[in-house]
Design a protein around this ligand. Sequence first.
Ligand code: NAP
Length: 277
Amino acid sequence: MRLSAKSKFIIIVGDPVSHSLSPAMHNAAYEKLGIDDQFVYLGANVKVVNLKEVVLAMRVMDNFYGLTCTIPHKVEILKYLDWVDEKAKKIGAVNTVVKKNGLLCGYNTDLLGVVIPLEKITYLKGKKVLVLGAGGAARAIVYGLKNKKALVYILNRTLEKAEKLAKEFDVKVLNYKDQKKISDFDIIINATSVGMEPFSNITPIDPSFLRKNQIVFDIVYTPKETKLLKEAKKKKAKVIYGFEMLLYQGVAQFEIYTGKKAPVEVMRKVLEEKLKI
Ligand code: NAP
């Protein structure tokens, strides 16, 4: 144990939070870089009504250095911060809080979790991208892709929610009934919870409209290979697994918290082990 009274701690708060893989991923990265005497990453279950007390604790405890917010705190946290990054402000959600000169600063790294894995295999500028879903994750994804000058469309079970999000970010909507147009898209991203265990035998769209060479990214990561990705593979589309998002939003967070380049492969290995990939 290399921790001391000077070590800084970072806590992921959520409700629930016990399933989170972030502590294992970050602590393994601290160890790899030999900074596990300086940083430790923990988790705590916190109800929304108690979030303000957590923020107060962060203000008064000098070593309480970082906070990661997961469901249901990503929106609520905004009102307690001293400064919020422009991207996080536009998305309307913060997942990363860090203390700088005593001020609580908020960022959103979820968008990088999608943009980085995509940019490893394609340019995004001018690409026609269909985002499935209009919830919290879809907001960050739509913003991230629009920022990269992709041509973004949203398809959602509840049309009004798709229309509202599309209007806010100045992108287009594809009606659920127009699924045959899915084959026109270069990239399809599932940002709904459809396909997640225990309902892993369903797909958010009719997979018969997928085609060869499309990129299909499913942000659901349990199971690793969702039904949508299985079907996409059958059509010889390129697939990106949901744990890539988990990995790269964590990589971006690590770099904000420590100011050091993240050991990506160590973090990937932890996720693969924990998810039994
Ligand atoms: P959310 O805000 O609750 O949004 C859920 C979305 O899924 C909505 O668009 C909803 O449509 C749609 N949906 C739910 N059930 C559906 C069904 N049976 N048929 C069709 N559409 C359905 O959730 P979120 O925070 O955006 O998260 C969405 C998913 O992404 C979750 O599975 C989450 O675990 C995953 N996620 C993964 C990562 C990662 O790092 N890989 C990060 C964030 C989230 P309506 O509007 O019609 O209700």
